[in-house]
Design a protein around this ligand. Sequence first.
Ligand code: FES
Length: 297
Amino acid sequence: MVGLLARTLSTDVREEVIHRFAEPPKLSLFEEDKYGVLRHARVSRVRRLSRRYLLAELELLEQFEDPPGPAQFVMIWLPGIDYIPMSIANSDEGRIHIFFSVRGEGTRALANSKGKMVGVVGPLGKPLAVSARSKYVLIAGGTGLAPIIKLARGLSDMGLLAAVIWGTRAREDVGEVPFYFKEVTGCNLTICTEDCSVGFCGRAADLAEEVLPDLENTQVVAAGPNDMLITVADLSMRVGIDPVLILESMVECGLGVCGRCVLGSTGLRLCRDGPAFRASEVMDYLVDVALRRGQKH
Ligand code: FES
């Protein structure tokens, strides 16, 4: 792969690539499988949208075989540092946007990676199928907004978007996020803050509680922390909607091999069967996880 890339790059960049990609993650098992191909990308820009949220723009030096669909993700290899799963917030020919917050070594490295080369595997997971017969209400918490941005863009283009609700902690976390959202989707974001400093006073799930009982012929899609997903699923099911939940979980290989992302007794693999699931498929798993977390505290 390095040889192929080297023919298209200047000497300086080529040396950098060869040096940095001397030890790529062990993906040789998938060399013949487009699903597991490691592509080279340059982090062309990192924007701080607010105190908590950042946006990394990655320029792919080798194109994806198929354009990413809603809810799909990539594995980003930061040479010598980490190999992390990240949702695709937006994509245009040759570019992907990653909306994230710094949570560990990998995301810290991504935040400081402007101008650097990284490896990208993807798009991974199943694209979320959209029904043209319904309107959609999208609900996100924190970095759960990432897959919702991409979905909202597609739905907005199809005229199917009813509302997008996003919850975060405080005004300082909001910053330019709604402007970025509008830039990509052409739509407005309904903001909720836990400290009541801007927008709706409360969590995204609290606003969902007010909105969902009035919905008819509507699809609900939610992405965010487990407790928010459980609340949204519970509220939706009470009004006869089986919502789609986009899960965040421990993903290690992203390729369906290691078994790290298996969702308990469902046997479903988040990375290959998801990350979007009907609530009826994964509700027991989510409640189990919440109970186990509660026992630990
Ligand atoms: S992360 Fe390895 S099987 Fe899903």
